[in-house]
Design a protein around this ligand. Structure first.
Ligand code: ATP
Length: 365
């Protein structure tokens, strides 16, 4: 990536609360119009990163630039950043219009312009007709859209969203996610969103930065992270996975064979040299594994094959999740409903493409 072109550039950010280092050397960039999601478990430093960019806290060290201009020391209100935080509570005693107008009044924008710009922002969220309502007269989803209007009315260069769906029930979350995506597409603003929900991060982010314990562990397009996690942590955080602890690794034709104690041999694509000498796990996503009637003979070229016994299958409408005992391990698979005859005790063969085996080092459990 051309760093000179980055819209938001964060370099070597460190922040401590007392002795505790909440973010430790965090660096990343966002292009104009790009959406980046910071994803990670509770307490990993996502909000702290956002607060440093917003100017609510001053980092111990590091540098933040927007459009090539350093803003690290600027007071928050001079940064022209749109913010929608976890607790997006609207001011309950103000009308919708006044809530959205608030940031403009703070900036002493002339009255006539305030009227026009609030109108514009309410139009974006399709709630012009609610301008005179009080927040208590709005649904949760509507309140959230007003909070979004409040964030964009200042025409920010950058939008920071911290768990914007956290106050909503599961169904409304999905609806709002689709709506937010549509709004963001239309606005073409660089966006940084914090979430601990991997589905949300994958649905919204052009790229995802996975954080753990104050550090970014991997950053990339959702598809790349899901397919090629660089650690056990990232692999498991992004979705269901079978994790085979492995011992030896040897060349096997154009592939490598890894030995899984108590299970057998698994084929994988040849890893780069720097990974080859520290491989500890083979990860296989449940949906990559096909379940077949027990077959005799060797594996088809390019496929892995393991024999096992079906232990349990759960019917979930369009798909079945099944647990298969293979030697000393249980393997999870997710398959189309008709692919599995759910009779426990059945001998089965599992099959998956060699390139669906992801080899992972042991540095980051
Ligand atoms: P969550 O998803 O739960 O909001 P997060 O990833 O956003 O978590 P942060 O809010 O950035 O995490 O907090 C990072 C760490 O810093 C946590 O361990 C938290 O307890 C600690 N922390 C946050 N704010 C403070 C504070 N004001 N004083 C002391 N410690 C804090």
């Amino acid at each position: 990536m051309d760093r000179a072109m980055s819209y938001l550039q964060v370099d070597g950010l460190i922040h401590k609360y007392g002795d505790f280092t909440a973010i430790d050397d965090v660096s990343f960039s966002i292009e104009a119009g790009e959406r980046l999601c910071l994803l990670g478990p509770s307490g990993c430093g996502k909000t702290t990163t956002l607060q440093a960019i917003a100017g609510f806290i001053q980092p111990a060290s590091g540098r933040i630039s927007v459009a090539g201009e350093e803003i690290t020391g600027l007071p928050s209100e001079k940064r022209n950043i749109g913010i929608m935080f976890q607790n997006y509570a609207l001011f309950p005693h103000m009308t919708v219009f006044e809530n959205v107008a608030f940031g403009l009044r703070m900036r002493q924008v002339p009255r006539r312009e305030i009227k026009a710009r609030v109108g514009e922002a309410l139009k974006v969220v399709r709630l012009e007709h609610k301008a005179r309502n009080m927040p208590s007269q709005l649904s949760g989803g509507e309140q959230q859209r007003i909070a979004f209007a409040r964030a964009i009315v200042i025409r920010p260069r950058l939008l920071l969203l911290d768990e914007p769906f956290s106050n909503l029930d599961a169904r409304l979350r999905l609806t709002m996610r689709a709506e937010l995506l549509e709004l963001l597409e239309g606005l073409d603003i660089a966006t940084l969103m914090v979430t601990h929900d991997q589905d949300e991060a994958m649905a919204i982010g052009h790229r995802i930065a996975v954080m753990r314990a104050g550090r970014i562990r991997q950053i990339g397009a959702p598809r790349d992270l899901y397919r090629h996690p660089n650690s056990r942590f990232v692999g498991e955080f992004l979705g269901e996975s079978n994790l085979f602890p492995i011992q030896g690794l040897r060349a096997a034709g154009s592939h490598v064979a890894v030995d899984v104690p108590g299970v057998g041999e698994i084929l994988a694509e040849t890893p780069p040299d720097d990974l080859a000498h520290r491989v500890r796990y083979a990860l296989v996503r449940p949906e990559k594994i096909r379940i077949l009637p027990r077959a005799e003979g060797g594996a088809a070229a390019g496929f892995n094959r393991l024999n096992g016994t079906l232990e349990h299958a759960t019917f979930l409408g369009p798909r079945v999740e099944a647990r298969i005992r293979v030697g000393e391990m249980q393997v999870q698979i997710a398959a189309e409903t008709d692919a599995v005859d759910p009779a426990p005790g059945q001998p089965v063969t599992l099959s998956w493409p060699v390139d669906a085996t992801v080899l992972i080092g042991g540095d980051d459990d």
